[in-house]
Write a protein that binds this ligand. Sequence first.
Ligand SMILES: [Zn+2]
Ligand SMILES: [Zn+2]
Length: 221
Amino acid sequence: MEKAISLIDFIKDEFVPEPKQIPERIKKEITLDLEDIFCPFCGHPLEYHYLSNARPLITIKYDISLRVVHKRCVNEECVACASKRNFYNPSLDLYMLPKKTYAMDVILLIGHLIQQEHYTEEEVVKYLLEEHGIIISQPSVNNYKRIALALGEALIMGNEEKIKKGLDGLPVRVYSIDGLSSNRSRTLFVIRDLISGIVLGSALLDKHDADTIHDFMEAVF
Ligand SMILES: [Zn+2]
Ligand SMILES: [Zn+2]
């Protein structure tokens, strides 16, 4: 039981909204390593090459200053060595798009808010600030919205046989396709040129069925 001399303490003035407490960002300095692995072309152990300059990566929870370990194959008879192919942790391309500061989780959240929740771009700016402490401009939201839409594009048609044929028919280059669960039931696929390591395309697919992958690959090649 609590004694009160007035009810005033229990009354809230609803006309004055309480300012939202903006969540604090967690700052991290991260060096993304590549565990000692062997060259996929010749089996020679990869050697440390360099550590990239720090670049910002904003995820839903963290403000990351990210440096990435790059390795190389030093076997002179190997194509990866001859082409000076850099190797780095594959999760980089799965969660960070080239030249983009906001990570895949933020991009997917923007896409979700706009597509599923029908937020305006302005509302997304406000939401990201108030819920996650993320500062983002409206033009950036627009830009990331387009990326999210492109990633989430639902695709139909195709079959596994066609994918295999398509891969066999590729001249000279070797491609790798990585799929990794990154958001709910969706899978992010990244296709890269194995020799140069350049990412040729990435897509967020609802189902990692053969048809969808095939259509994605047709869009890339
Ligand atoms: Zn090699
Ligand atoms: Zn070097």
